[in-house]
Write a protein that binds this ligand. Sequence first.
Ligand SMILES: [Ca+2]
Ligand SMILES: [Ca+2]
Ligand SMILES: [Ca+2]
Ligand SMILES: [Ca+2]
Length: 327
Amino acid sequence: MMRKLIKKILCLVIGISLLVLPACITIEMSGSESPSDPTAIVIAADEQARSADATAQPTLDSRVLPTDPQYIEGEVEDTNSSKFASEKRVVSGDSYLSNFFERPFTRESMEYLPNIDIQYGYISSDDNFFIYTIVLAGVDTETNTLVGSYGVEMDIDADGRGDYSVWVKDPVSTTWTAENVRIFKDTNGDVGGKDKYISDAPSQGNGYDLEIPNTNAEVSFARVVPDNPAIVQIAVHRAIVENPMEFLWGVWADNGLQNPGQFDYDDHYTYKEAGSPISGNKYYPLDAVHSCDNTCRQPYGFYPDYRIPNMCWSGGPVLPPTPASTP
Ligand SMILES: [Ca+2]
Ligand SMILES: [Ca+2]
Ligand SMILES: [Ca+2]
Ligand SMILES: [Ca+2]
């Protein structure tokens, strides 16, 4: 039901037309006394129209913007923690040592954070962008907005280690904007630690260690879906992430550490340091790794029949990766 509703929202609701600022084409006849002179064509922006439009759409970016997603090409469902929120606990979805987090609760006091509780993630695309949609359980109860960092991790060589992560912090704009959107890359392959299948904590890798300025012609954008303040979208320009044909993707909500340089968190912090949201667990309640949620990763453009670390996996035989995979 919910999913159907979201799809409907995605496909129909987003009525933002890309505002095309028409350049005013002025044709000046130079030297009217000599009709044989060539006609000079001057293309000048209509400044008056532009400033009026700028007032109406203050966050409009003059670069190529993402289009409205027309099709959902992939989805991931995540645990809904609102059911046990009043009990300050989760019953599923958190497997700390395997890098699967379900922690939409504050540190120690375990107050539920609907704006950090991911329900669904979706991927769409257009000619220029991969467009990710993150559906949260709700908005922050004080600000009625999405407070925190919302992001996507992309594993572009499908080795189970994230290669890029793109984040928007405290999104409020309902039009696409590059503001508060940051792009990070792991340049030395240490996201995932020594053993990409399991926690290596405490280890001191530098995680996503390179920030790519989000100021070029090819950038990433984000927006809150106009008709639903609990849904945020992040559009990642294909060129920024090496335009992969096959990759894995998973989404994040994080109002805790918000530190890509410490990824994966389960390699940086021991289970004991991180705490647990599961009542009865010896490390309950949440400690260092709090106020965050992630999804397992879905493959895009291919269908692996073996388990890649961090991939959504519903059981079945685990076959080893093909020998051709990188060490
Ligand atoms: Ca969740
Ligand atoms: Ca990778
Ligand atoms: Ca690891
Ligand atoms: Ca690194």
